[in-house]
Design a protein around this ligand. Structure first.
Ligand SMILES: [Zn+2]
Length: 242
């Protein structure tokens, strides 16, 4: 992919297990197929996800972790960090921000994908809004400027500059990635989240019909993924010129 030609490592911050597959699964598969290293950071365990009354929080906690690992492996993702925050309780606070900064400094991604926190025209899950906002703050200035979280210096970590953030689920995408070559991988990864989608798959009448349904729901988006890019690199250049 020309756009990500010079990228080596990519971090994906997902509020819950399954959001990343839906938001950027096709692009992640393209990146790993191109030999790029992708690191997943799963913010919450998703232990309150779903309407099925038979599933307890304990069951969902374990099940969704397994499903996330399977989905990530379908997309060629080798590193998964489970932050383990409780579903619905993500906060714009020190524990979450410092965990993101720590992992950015450990893995040193060139770019980061997460969910757009700035939607205005329709509802957004609170965990999604907070995951997007805190990721943006973690990238700049916290991860870059080494004196934020000085305990990391004692752990031998340096500041790290993530060059760009790509938001999925944006109302104003400015970059579109053609995923026609990885859409099957994406569909399989989405369907690995059985606790969340199996009843839809069954109701649709099986895998093929479910994919047809997804195409109907997102007729323009099914073979491409749209992102809004925050160009940190460009912003830093402007700062340095001042
Ligand atoms: Zn979610």
């Amino acid at each position: 992919m020309e756009i990500f030609k010079n990228i080596e490592r990519v971090m994906v911050v997902t509020p819950h297990p399954d959001d990343a597959e839906l938001g950027c699964g096709g692009t992640v598969a393209k990146l790993t197929n191109d030999g790029k290293e992708v690191i997943y950071v799963v913010a919450t365990s998703g232990d309150r996800g779903g309407r099925d009354t038979d599933m307890s929080q304990e069951y969902l906690n374990d099940k969704r972790r397994e499903e996330q690992e399977e989905a990530a492996s379908i997309l060629g993702v080798k590193h998964i960090v489970h932050l383990g925050f409780s579903d619905g309780n993500l906060e714009d606070d020190h524990p979450f921000r410092s965990a993101l900064v720590y992992n950015i400094r450990i893995y040193k991604p060139n770019i980061l994908f997460t969910t757009d926190p700035f939607r205005k025209s329709f509802y957004i899950h609170r965990d999604h809004r907070i995951a997007g906002l805190v990721s943006l703050d973690a990238v700049f200035p916290y991860a870059r400027d080494r004196l934020h979280y000085p305990e990391h210096i004692e752990q031998g970590l340096a500041g790290h500059n993530v060059e760009e953030i790509y938001f999925w689920g944006s109302e104003e995408p400015d970059i579109f990635i053609d995923i026609s070559d990885t859409v099957e991988q994406k569909a399989n990864a989405v369907m690995a989240h059985r606790s969340q989608v199996q009843d839809w798959v069954d109701r649709a009448g099986g895998r093929e019909k479910f994919i047809e349904k997804m195409k109907e729901v997102q007729p323009d988006d099914f073979l491409k993924e749209g992102f809004r890019c925050y160009g940190m690199k460009k912003m830093m250049e402007v700062y340095e010129e001042l």
